[in-house]
Design a protein around this ligand. Structure first.
Ligand code: COI
Length: 351
């Protein structure tokens, strides 16, 4: 094994007293974490250890120039009691694309898979198997080299933390088409899962929340008419029975659930189109009373229906009934991930 992973077990556990019926997503975490260092051109010191704080220098480059990249993944309890990580390979590919864009070292497949396997096996008691619950996995890589120069770092840390999660959004969400602020422009880092893409979204999101919405619906930077993605999710529309989603143009995240839902839709014979969709097209569909569904897809959000879309001050209300395409696809995705339905695409990695 090129990257042996040491295991140092925690001698206490928060699990026996943890209440899985009132999960507080964000602060709650499992007993262990994974960490490794990139130094002298290679990954080393890989270990699963008790969850704890750690120290870095105030000169650590991640604190200054934004070399921070992360992933969002999930593990599920299957019907036979085993625990499985969803689409590990697809997440690894995206992580390495993000790292390359930010001039950071790739994470080798062996290290990534063994790290997740060891962490999830160690903390598998935290995967409750209750309906809607799963274990959220947050791999991250950040620059730790202590040197204020404005150049790419030579030293990094990789960590993976695991958090119990239930529904990220409760019910449907209301979104506002954003025509002033921009999330990402062509040639930028919009496709990368890097911290700055999220930090830069906070102000427009706060303004949308103050106006009564849950999230913004980003539009392209040039014309502010073509839909890109929503705060924490890719977006999809079903108009006259066709599932339409913005293409992977480089400015939006290559969502793993985006790919999973598109695949399941194609499997069930639903016509799918990955193409630019403008808010004018949405307005026109609503105005002619066409059947329109809208939803966001993401690891945390799973598939969340959009109950209201505000376009330049006017609100439209997509169909959020449970008999639509969205709920059918969500049930199918959840069925595969929890072992209720056959895993025909080999998406589950059993630890
Ligand atoms: C995810 O869906 O996993 C994300 O990373 C979005 C959000 C929780 C930041």
């Amino acid at each position: 094994m090129k990257y042996p992973i040491q295991l140092q077990r925690s001698n206490s556990s928060a699990l026996p007293s943890y209440d899985f019926t009132s999960i507080n997503f964000g602060p709650d975490h499992t007993d262990h974490l994974f960490c490794a260092d990139f130094k002298d051109g290679q990954w080393q010191n890989a270990a699963v250890k008790p969850f704890s704080e750690f120290s870095i220098s105030p000169l650590a480059l991640c604190l200054h120039y934004g070399q921070t990249v992360f992933e969002g993944m999930k593990a599920f309890r299957l019907q036979d009691g085993s625990v499985s990580i969803f689409r590990i390979q697809k997440h690894l590919e995206r992580l390495n694309r993000s790292l390359q864009r930010m001039c950071m070292p790739d994470v080798p497949e062996e290290l990534f898979i063994n790290a997740l396997d060891k962490l999830v096996s160690t903390d598998q008691g935290w995967v409750s198997g209750l309906p809607g619950n799963s274990l959220y996995l947050r791999p991250m890589v950040f620059a730790t080299e202590a040197r204020l120069g404005v150049t790419e770092a030579k030293e990094y840390k990789m960590m993976i933390v695991a958090l119990p999660i239930s529904n990220y959004y409760n019910g449907t969400v209301k979104v506002k088409v954003e025509t002033e602020y921009t999330r990402a422009a062509k040639g930028g880092a919009g496709f990368a899962k890097c911290g700055g893409n999220y930090g830069g979204a906070f102000l427009p999101t706060r303004l949308a929340k103050e106006a009564g919405f849950d999230q913004v619906l980003w539009t392209d930077s040039e014309t502010h008419t073509f839909i890109e993605e929503s705060g924490t999710m890719n977006v999809m529309f079903v108009i006259d029975g066709t599932l339409i989603t913005p293409p992977l143009s480089g400015t939006i995240l290559d969502g793993v659930n985006r790919d999973s839902i598109l695949t399941l839709a194609k499997d069930s014979g639903i016509q799918t189109e990955e193409r630019p969709v403008s808010y004018h097209e949405l307005e026109a569909a609503f105005n002619r009373n066409a059947p329109v569904e809208a939803f966001g897809v993401g690891t945390a959000a799973v598939l969340t229906q959009i109950g209201e879309i505000n376009i330049l001050g006017r609100s439209y209300f997509p169909d959020c009934s449970s008999s639509g395409v969205a709920i059918k696809l969500r049930n199918e995705l959840q069925g595969i991930r929890t072992g209720l339905l056959p895993d025909r695409h080999h998406w589950n990695y059993v630890v």
